[in-house]
Design a protein around this ligand. Structure first.
Ligand code: SF4
Length: 112
């Protein structure tokens, strides 16, 4: 099989373990005591660059609750600039106005 046949077309980016909810069924064990982990914003920007360079088409920001990650708009803007399709997987209970604006500006789709 050619290497191109193994291209990573889609990637989940689990940018935080923090969530405003605390669900018993949470697969990620996320909740109000969760953290953003050890990855810096620069690390995530580098991941996005690496994915784009590999030919990935789409990324999904997930957590935890990704809308609680302060630099989500910057990550969205960067991913869009690299030509990636963007989806945000949210519980839809805590989306601030600037995020709605970013979703609209960069053609972000939502999943819940
Ligand atoms: S990430 Fe989803 S499933 Fe997990 S605690 Fe938050 S809302 Fe519940």
């Amino acid at each position: 099989m050619r290497a191109a046949g193994n291209r990573l077309l889609f990637a989940w980016l689990e940018i935080t373990g923090l969530c405003n909810e605390f669900c018993d069924h949470c697969y990620a064990d996320s909740g109000p005591k969760g953290t953003h982990g050890t990855m810096t914003v620069r690390d995530w920007l580098n991941v996005i660059d690496q994915l784009a360079d590999m030919g990935t088409l789409d990324v999904q920001f997930i957590g935890g609750e990704p809308t609680l990650y302060p630099s989500l708009p910057a990550l969205i803007k960067h991913a869009h600039g690299r030509g990636l399709g963007i989806e945000v997987f949210s519980n839809m209970t805590h989306i601030r106005e600037p995020l709605w604006e970013a979703f609209t500006e960069y053609g972000v789709t939502l999943a819940t």
